[in-house]
Ligand binder design. Structure first.
Ligand code: CS2
Ligand code: MG
Length: 401
């Protein structure tokens, strides 16, 4: 079997997705996700203009060799664009391999390690009462793990809360500017979790995303005050470019730490793992080089008691979700999968075999990844340039959104 070509499909059913379709001379094709929120066309061009010509004529069965060729052959290694492009190829080749062998990809990764992939839903309220209500609703829907986020009184628009009036939207900017106050947030977060725990008890895992906004000392302070609420994890407490900064957090708190949805290779987290500075790596199949590389991160992490909890917000496509669930079902130290809900039109564009039941996600038994893209439907949703918001503190200083 030989690869005859590959097509990049950019579609925007509510938000932009980049999908790679790798075709072969025996009619079998595979799909992969290359979506990089806010920079989608960079990956689309990287694939179409630079990667696809390298694939033509190759044997799609040679997944590891193709990965190494695209990684080392680029000379300029790593980075979010490169690794998302490699990921798209990698997912597509695993999809083809499963289809050719007539088996779901998880069977090619060692088979089932669990009955289903524990997942977490999103409760995002405007008030604490609103957030509590959403947590209780999600528990009723069967979720065993729930992330709780809430608007902090006095902060206009912020990450993880329902977008009301985009008060940060300035006519002269293509992106929204959110507000931020660490002081107000630190005073508020412990109260949020006291109220949520009081309402939901301890039978449900609670998670929280600080979204890169604290210093290590602030994160240590917050983690200590959350310990009695037994969070499953406190995510992205601190930007992790300086991996050693997590030593400060670890000195102050035993609240489990998760980081890394922005990581795109093992090199971004090997110190965090080696020094056991974190409990969960958040790297995803689309941003960290595909199933092939994500497994290497997981296998490196396993002896250090570090598990994975893959990013899975709605800006990662259903193709990513499918690949993540095959990875998650088979990988011993895959602990939990984020389950961001896609729009109805997105789910129609990407027919899939994966499903949710009783707090777990299942990849399904279809050969390959069990997901596809309906290209005629995809063509109805033109690309629309979009930006992630930017965060500014009360004095106007740019922060981490
Ligand atoms: C968030 C994401 O789900 C999460 O943990 O950090 O929603 C993140 O903001 C987006 O994926 C960025 O594109
Ligand atoms: Mg996050």
């Amino acid at each position: 079997m030989r690869i005859t070509g590959a097509r990049v499909v950019v579609t925007s059913p509510g938000r932009n997705f980049v999908t790679l379709k790798v075709e072969t001379d025996e009619g079998v094709y595979g799909v992969g996700d290359g979506t990089l929120n806010g920079r989608e066309l960079a990956v689309a061009s990287y694939l179409a203009d630079h990667v696809v010509p390298m694939l033509e004529g190759r044997d799609p069965a040679d997944i590891e060799d193709t990965w190494q060729l695209l990684y080392k052959g680029a000379y300029w290694r790593r980075g979010p664009v490169t690794m998302a492009a490699i990921a798209a190829v990698d997912m597509a080749l695993w999809d083809i391999k499963g289809k050719v062998l007539g088996t779901p990809v998880y069977n090619l990764l060692g088979g089932r390690s669990r009955k289903g992939v524990l997942c977490y839903g999103h409760a995002s309220g405007r008030t604490i009462e609103d957030t509590v209500e959403q947590v209780l609703r999600l528990r009723e829907e069967g979720y065993r793990a729930i992330r709780a986020q809430c608007v902090v009184p006095g902060i206009d628009n912020m990450y993880g809360t329902p977008r009301g009036d985009v008060s940060g939207q300035r006519p002269d900017l293509p992106f929204v500017e959110d507000g931020w106050s660490t002081e107000k947030y630190l005073r508020f977060a412990p109260e949020l979790f006291a109220r949520v725990r009081e309402a939901v008890g301890f039978d449900v895992h609670l998670l929280h995303d600080a979204h890169h906004r604290l210093t290590p000392a602030e994160a240590g302070w917050l983690g200590k005050r959350l310990e009695d609420h037994q969070l499953f994890w406190l995510e992205d407490a601190v930007p992790a470019e300086l991996q050693e900064s997590f030593r400060v957090i670890r000195q102050h708190t035993t609240t489990p730490l998760a980081v890394g949805e922005v990581f795109n290779s093992l090199y971004d987290c090997h110190q965090l793992i080696r020094e056991q500075l974190i409990d969960y790596v958040r790297a995803s199949v689309v941003h960290a080089g595909g199933i092939t590389h994500l497994r290497k991160i997981a296998h490196f992490a396993e002896p250090y008691h570090v598990r994975t909890g893959c990013h899975g917000a709605a800006d990662l496509s259903p193709v990513s979700m499918a690949a993540a669930l095959h990875y998650g079902l088979a990988t011993h130290n895959a602990a939990i999968q984020e389950y961001g809900h896609h729009s109805e039109e997105t789910l129609e564009v990407f027919p899939h075999a994966w499903s949710f039941a009783d707090g777990y996600l299942h990849p399904g038994e279809a050969p390959g990844l069990g997901v596809d893209i309906d290209e005629s439907l995809a063509a109805k949703y033109e690309y629309q340039r979009g930006y992630l918001p930017v965060s500014r503190r009360e004095d106007g200083t740019v922060g981490s959104w």
